[in-house]
Design a protein around this ligand. Sequence first.
Ligand SMILES: Cc1ncc(C[n+]2csc(CCOP(=O)(O)OP(=O)(O)O)c2C)c(N)n1
Ligand SMILES: [Mg+2]
Length: 559
Amino acid sequence: MPNRRFAFTLASSLADLGLEHVCISPGSRNTPLIAGFAAESRITKWPVLDERSAGFFALGLARATGLPVAVACTSGTAAVEYHPAVVEADLSDVPLLVLTADRPEELRGRGAPQTIDQISLYGTAVRMFADALVPDEDTPAEAAAETAVDIWAHATTSPPGPVHLNLPFREPLLEADWAVAPPRLERIERSTEPHPDLAPIAADLTGRRGLIVAGRSHDPDFPAACAELAAIAGFPIIADPLSGLRFGTHRQDHVLAYGDRLAAAGVLDMLRPEVVVRFGPIPTSKPTWTWLERHPDVNQILIDIQSRDATSSARTILEIDPGAAARSLTSSITAAAPAGWSKSWLDLDTSAAEALSQLEFPSEPAIARLVTEAAPNGSALTLGSSMPIRDVDGFAGKHTRHLRMFGNRGANGIDGVVSSGLGAAAAGLNTIILVGDVSLFHDLNAIGTAAQLGLPVTVVVVNNNGGGIFHFLPQSDESILEPDVFERFLATPHGTDFVPVAESLGAEAYETADPAELRTLVSNPTERPRLIQVRTDRAANLDLHRSLDEAVRRAVGVT
Ligand SMILES: Cc1ncc(C[n+]2csc(CCOP(=O)(O)OP(=O)(O)O)c2C)c(N)n1
Ligand SMILES: [Mg+2]
């Protein structure tokens, strides 16, 4: 069964299993894959010429659809370019099927062109690696179908993640006569794991002064389940922007709008919880997770699809689905926290909201808030890993319009933010990408890809001419690091005006310092990709954050 028939059978079997999208990058050795996918009409093909960007595109698409997405590239460094997205997919539980073309064994390790060692290229970042057999006339169709089942199962078994299938092809790469009827596969339904008895945990939560810390979740049912648990148990929720709890139609009576700001102001010491239920991975909010880290004495129960306690402070770790666990706990809790407990938290939340009600524009906190407020119902917001996600966490509050929020917070790279956002747009979601200038610089060709593919994304770039986040670190203190060294090698100002750059790549582009204009642009979905540049100042941003910290501390009575 030569190359094209093998690749088509693989593609077709993956379509049987539920694959809807593949992102293909150009090359010669992967022509069988290109031809094989091209012939499978059930799969949407996305051409993305840069594999680094393609990997993140697929990641964003897999996150937005909740289904595996495939990427396919040629041999050599092309395959290496997928590595950052593979790492992010591993750490944030996103199913990716990485298909890399390769030379057959006899050409490996002997200086053949564009041939590198692709065996186990991504190390421990993948759920499985396999070097496929070289298709030949004797290869049965079942071999490709079995390979499809194998990689699909490994990518989707809890916790989901990336898999790597290396595919050696011998020349001639494409046979002319290749008509084939591949075997039809049944869809694999994910098995529901047996559920541990949570009654003892529920007993631990009953009647306690408890707090919920909700980290990242892309389960659409999690926010309602968690919010219901909070209401029954009488626990306030510090909710990460990626938890789904802050912006949606579920009940929000126990969701703190400014949980991160309250933690920063020292409220966790003032209103100290007896027990903390932590859902999902470590939250973005540093004041929250550092408090958890310092308080292993407080009973912390961590519930996640995989055992990972970044703060090493959980007393109990339950490796189960957070939504299912929340529902189970809700039905077993028999009494709420003492009267006034959650009200004390929620009253301070209201005080913080008042202290933060006026944010000067243009400033980074105000941009984060405005974009979140203006985003149309049902939009997807992809947030840059540096200040954008922190500012949405700290200053965007909560509201009852449904927004989906995405961010590359597994590995926190700044290298594929825009490309990941394009993946959400490819899933059909109205997409807004809030990104810093250095991150945009890193992934600039994604703007060109958006134009080529006609993806109607809105990119809001906060251009503070460098990495503003570094000003919050001790390294920014001139007694620790010389200011010119800090500026040249950490902040890395580049002086780029992204408006003409975006225009030359085929996007509409605007610069604004007017909040009304930004609101109008963000609230009206676009038909073409567009970029909106808002300029801010890194030093002024640090001062503003400090004064807002102070204002919240005063408002909640911590001095
Ligand atoms: C691939 C990668 N390289 C470097 C870093 C380290 N890093 C973290 S934030 C940052 C600067 C980000 O600057 P920008 O996108 O302008 O956002 P700002 O900090 O100004 O909000 C850098 C270089 C990283 N996280 N990922
Ligand atoms: Mg910046």
